[in-house]
Design a protein around this ligand. Structure first.
Ligand code: GAR
Length: 186
């Protein structure tokens, strides 16, 4: 097992104020961790908008609690991945986003999105990279900012393991945003 990384809040390097657009498909617990980190004064940022693609995604309730506008772009209503991504780009630009944070976004994104925010897109993946990518060669590549490893225990349920992963993600993702912002300045 790799060493556990558990950053405390000194892991947040001083960084310019960031305008974030979060993309989420489901529960949105990582969205909440980021929003909470901002509220607690650790991450210097504002979440301009949350884009979600599933009408019943729980992230909407969390966005409401943090007073963040949520925009539904249902992938089922678009003819191609590119058309969906173009609508996402338009929305992110309308909300004057300068950093895109994919937090449990369950769609493969295309160059339409990637090229609209060069070096300004972050993603989170629940298994260790580069060894355990998603099941398509082109996904889950890119520079790694932070990783944490968790043990798989005997008798684990999927839910128990998921909770253990989430606990780590909630710590490291807000810090990863600050670190990425600093790294791209150099
Ligand atoms: C997270 O565990 C994240 O790593 C994973 O989805 C979960 C979202 O949880 N992301 C992916 O699988 C991306 N392909 P959340 O909705 O509670 O933040």
């Amino acid at each position: 097992m790799a060493a556990l990384i558990s950053p405390d809040h000194s892991e947040f390097p001083p960084h310019p104020r960031l305008k974030l657009g979060v993309m989420a498909s489901g529960s949105g617990s990582n969205f909440e961790a980021i929003a909470q980190s901002i509220q607690d004064g650790h991450l210097n940022a504002e979440i301009q908008v949350v884009i979600y693609n599933n009408p019943d995604a729980k992230v909407v309730d969390r966005a409401q609690r943090f007073n963040v506008p949520a925009v539904l772009l249902n992938h089922r209503e678009f003819g191609s991945r590119e058309e969906l991504d173009q609508a996402i780009v338009t929305s992110l630009k309308n909300y004057q986003v300068d950093w895109v944070v994919m937090a449990g976004w369950m769609r493969i994104v295309t160059p339409v999105l990637i090229n609209a925010f060069p070096n300004r897109i972050l993603n989170i993946h629940p298994s260790l990279l580069p060894s355990f990518k998603g099941n398509r060669a082109e996904v889950d590549s890119g520079k790694i900012i932070i990783q944490a490893a968790v043990p798989i225990l005997e008798g684990d349920t999927v839910e128990a393991l998921q909770n253990r992963i989430h606990a780590q993600e909630h710590q490291i993702y807000p810090a990863a945003i600050a670190i990425a912002a600093i790294q791209t300045q150099h």
